[in-house]
Design a protein around this ligand. Structure first.
Ligand code: GTR
Length: 425
């Protein structure tokens, strides 16, 4: 009995000290002159050492190699296909005094006799026949992105968030519209674009628990968590975006060849991986996505592989854990993730006060990825130096550094709309 208690005590102490030393408070580097020299894996040199200099070799050999490395070492493999996806239209109505229409649709994924559902909120401008659109996850539920009273409150598990009145894991009316500042719905509609959003927790609740979300649909008997090389939460979110695309391909009101996948922060990591793995996304926006999103992981600036692995162990595959303090051994860095999206337009956005996400690392990543855009005859990021705050570079590869904190603002959306227009969406 005594020994058992002692062991429990020791395990508790060990766990606590591990948590403290690895918590997000762990000292990270915020000084540019303390970034240790690093060398990036080459995008255009194959694993066997061949230099790639044409589109065919890129698409046939190098791109699959890079995609495989990200799958195997970082985000994880999707273990299979679902058996069925059911589509149910729950509600339709008008929005913005008739400038747009709204649809609320539930997608139900069925596998091995189990099911998981995700609720889509769709706004479509009436000014265009088949609308191009932005698709992205929201953090707290569809009802938080707008004051629109007709939007259903999510029934899924939500994290406690006192700022928006969520005191338990159940969403409340009080949080309606609480995140609307992040979604410039009116500007988007006015510019002639649609918006499709869904709550991240419908696909996989954002917690280190693999008993819920879409992961468990695929478990074999007695399996409790994904295999070592299988998907974490970010890959599950990206998978969810592809399932939404399956639906969008059938929706007559939208132009499914013109879907830009968007995401902020952890959801920006998911939007990049979604665009990298699914060519049907014609464009991609990563807003302040930081570590294991757009930022180079070999720069030790802001959040590191070790910190992210310990704070959010469920985001990545089991294999990724071994790189915790050995990021330099990863066969990839994040410029290669962006390169997988080429030649489709991509927008990487940072914010001046978001040092945790390493704005310079995000810029450099986009810059480095430009070599693949060059193969396709596009200039990529035209500037070698980071632009000044609030001086966007708009092109096939776009970048801006907004003044301010980690967030999505009207300013960001104004640039995304310009990017969409520039790229003929
Ligand atoms: C942070 C995390 C970042 C980023 C962010 C967010 O805590 O360290 O990688 O994803 O959360 O999603 O807001």
């Amino acid at each position: 009995m005594y020994t058992k208690r002692l062991i429990t005590l020791l395990v508790t102490i060990a766990t606590l000290s591990l948590f403290t030393s690895y918590s997000q408070d762990k000292k990270v580097n915020y000084e540019e002159d303390k970034v240790t020299p690093y060398s990036l894996p080459s995008i255009l040199t194959s694993n066997g050492g061949t230099v790639i200099n044409n589109i065919n070799d890129w698409e046939q050999f190098r791109k699959p190699e890079i995609k495989y490395s990200f799958t195997d070492h970082v985000y994880g493999r999707v273990p299979g296909n679902i058996d069925t996806m059911l589509v149910k239209v729950n509600e339709e109505g008008t929005f913005l005094d008739g400038a747009a229409r709204r649809k609320q649709i539930t997608l139900t994924f069925i596998k091995n006799g189990k099911e998981v559902s995700a609720d889509l909120l769709i706004y479509i401008p009436n000014s265009v026949k088949k609308a191009p659109l932005f698709l992205g996850y929201n953090f707290e539920g569809n009802h938080t992105i707008t004051d629109d009273k007709n939007v259903y409150i999510t029934k899924s598990w939500v994290p406690v968030n006192n700022e928006i009145g969520v005191k338990t894991n159940v969403a409340v009316e009080e949080s309606r519209g609480s995140m609307k500042n992040r979604w410039s719905v009116e500007k988007i509609i006015e510019a002639g674009y649609g918006l499709v959003t869904l709550y991240r927790g419908d696909i996989d609740p954002d917690k280190d628990d693999f008993s819920d979300g879409v992961h468990q649909l695929f478990y074999t008997k007695d399996q409790e968590k994904p295999e070592q090389e299988d998907w974490g939460t970010i890959a599950a979110w990206s998978w969810g975006l592809s399932r939404v695309m399956d639906y969008l391909e059938t929706d007559e009101d939208i132009n499914h060849d013109k879907v830009i996948v968007f995401g902020h922060s952890r959801l920006g990591k998911a939007s990049l991986w979604a665009a990298a793995t699914d060519n049907r996304f014609a464009g991609c926006i990563s807003n302040n996505s930081g570590a294991m999103g757009a930022a180079l992981s070999r720069r030790n600036f802001g959040e590191t592989v070790e910190v992210i692995n310990n704070a959010f162990p469920h985001w990545f595959c089991g294999n990724f854990k071994k790189y915790s303090n050995k990021g330099y051994l990863l066969p990839v860095d994040q410029h290669m993730l962006i390169s997988l999206i080429a030649p489709r337009p991509v927008y990487i956005a940072s914010a001046t006060e978001d040092l945790w996400a390493d704005p310079k690392g995000e810029f450099l990543s986009a810059k480095e990825a430009s070599v693949v855009y060059n193969l396709y005859g596009f200039p990529g990021l035209s500037s070698t130096n980071m632009p000044k705050p609030d001086s966007p570079i708009i092109g096939e590869v776009s970048y801006h550094l907004r003044t301010g904190v980690h967030n999505v603002t009207d300013y960001d959306w104004e640039q995304y709309i310009k990017f969409a227009k520039y790229n003929k969406f």
